[in-house]
Design a protein. Structure first.
Ligand SMILES: [Zn+2]
Length: 280
């Protein structure tokens, strides 16, 4: 797999022309590795509110000025989206500019948010992008932890798995049923359930809210892994269903204090945690 770095390509000219004809100046900018497209999390559901980028609007405002753009400054609405890749988009509608940034940037420093602001705004206003922005962004995107997240995310997100809960040793459907009765008063509806196609190294389970599916690492479907360990991982993912978040995708998920407390209600919590420690 070649890692081609950012194709700074905008929307296709046909699509752009259509939108411009409709009075909607929007410009989809994909800064990406080799993901052909991104998913929007809405997925046929009703429009969902996305998490705002902290400090996003002021950063765009600053860059707007720095680019020497004149006229009445627009209002900025800058949000994270769970795109299936490092992709960002920008559009203008009347006095407001909407930008959606990949939530892979959730802990990006402010100069990276500014760099993206610079790249997107320059594109929208057909200006030259200052080199510094491109350089900063490239460097950041190449940093290994970002790359790693991207890989992790691709494994977990955007792929709808078949509902095949029966593994070689453990049946996830049976485990789900039992846990649902034992801990949730059978209040959690059955998501898509299955084992990962490959062994995961750094992740044991994943709940993808957009796809409503729980995937458990195939690595755990082994004789030497006790049942309570598999149960613990499934229990953890079920808690993610019970405590929904705006954007869940395995790695970037957060665990509230309430989540953590409830996690400890799992009967073999200590034992399972000790086993997993030995496994890594
Ligand atoms: Zn979790």
């Amino acid at each position: 797999m070649t890692v081609s770095f950012p194709s700074l390509s905008g929307a296709t000219s046909a699509a752009r022309a259509t939108r411009e004809a409709a009075g909607d100046t929007s410009n989809q900018l994909n800064l990406r590795f080799d993901e052909p497209h991104f998913l929007s999390s809405g997925h046929g559901g009703k429009a969902r509110r996305h998490a705002p980028v902290p400090g996003g609007a002021p950063a765009f405002q600053r860059v707007f000025t720095r680019l020497g753009l004149t006229g009445r400054p627009p209002e900025f609405v800058i949000e994270f989206r769970p795109y299936a890749g490092l992709a960002h988009s920008i559009r203008r509608r009347e006095g407001t500019i909407f930008a959606a940034l990949s939530d892979l940037l959730q802990d990006a420093p402010v100069n990276i948010i500014e760099a993206i602001a610079g790249i997107l705004l320059a594109r929208l206003y057909r200006r030259r992008t200052p080199r510094k922005f491109l350089r900063d962004y490239r460097e950041y995107a190449h940093e290994s932890h970002v790359r790693q997240r991207l890989m992790t995310m691709r494994r977990g997100r955007g792929k709808r798995i078949a509902h095949h809960p029966q593994g070689k040793f453990y049946d996830l459907a049976e485990i789900f049923e039992k846990l649902n009765r034992q801990y949730f008063e059978s209040g959690i509806s059955l998501p898509r359930l299955g084992w990962s196609a490959k062994r995961w190294r750094s992740m044991l389970g994943c709940y993808d809210a957009a796809l409503d599916q729980i995937v458990i690492s195939k690595d755990l479907d082994r004789k030497k892994v006790p049942r309570f360990v598999v149960e613990y991982i499934v229990y953890h993912e079920m808690l993610h269903i019970k405590h929904p978040q705006r954007s869940v995708n395995c790695r970037l998920e957060s665990h509230s204090r309430k989540f953590r407390e409830e996690e400890k209600l799992f009967k073999e919590y200590g034992k399972a945690a000790r086993f997993l420690k030995g496994l890594s």
